[in-house]
Write a protein that binds this ligand. Structure first.
Ligand code: ZN
Length: 151
């Protein structure tokens, strides 16, 4: 197995430096806020749907490199997916960053770029930084008004 660590690190640095889909969305259909008190990560997620699938997504926020990069990379995966597909991806992602699993055993439909976060499972405090956006996404889909907290 060749070592992809450096490549992944670059991906996280790049997405932190220039996050994709960053900005407000005036006509969002769902908005949810997330907060990770352990690290101070805050984010706001905006979603729009068309024919049952995500048609547009944006976010704003302030946080550590892991949280911003994770949100940026997550938003790249959502367009064209329905809620069921998003729940499945969330479950796979959570399993990847919490379970003791070889990169080889990660679900085959896990997008390559998201595998960049497999390494955070060695740093339990960082797992919350990486998953905050996904938890916030879940509450956006559930349409709750409460701020999602990791604690
Ligand atoms: Zn963080």
């Amino acid at each position: 197995m060749y070592d992809l660590k450096d490549l992944y690190q670059e991906l996280i640095v790049d997405h932190n430096r220039s996050p994709r889909n960053f900005g407000e969305m005036a006509d969002a259909e769902r908005v949810a806020e997330g907060y990770n008190p352990l690290c101070g990560d805050r984010l706001k997620l905006f979603l729009k749907f068309s024919d049952g699938v995500v048609s547009d997504v944006r976010f704003t926020g302030d946080g550590c490199a892991i949280s911003i990069a994770s949100t940026s990379l997550m938003t790249e995966q959502l367009r064209g997916k329905n809620e069921e597909e998003i729940h499945a991806l969330f479950k796979d992602f959570q399993a990847m960053v919490t379970a003791d699993m070889d990169t080889d055993n990660i679900a085959h439909d896990m997008p390559n770029k998201l595998i960049a976060f497999a390494g955070v499972k060695q740093y339990p405090a960082r797992v919350k930084c990486a998953t905050l956006c996904w938890h916030t996404l879940e509450s956006a889909l559930a349409d709750t008004d409460e701020t999602t907290k990791t604690e």
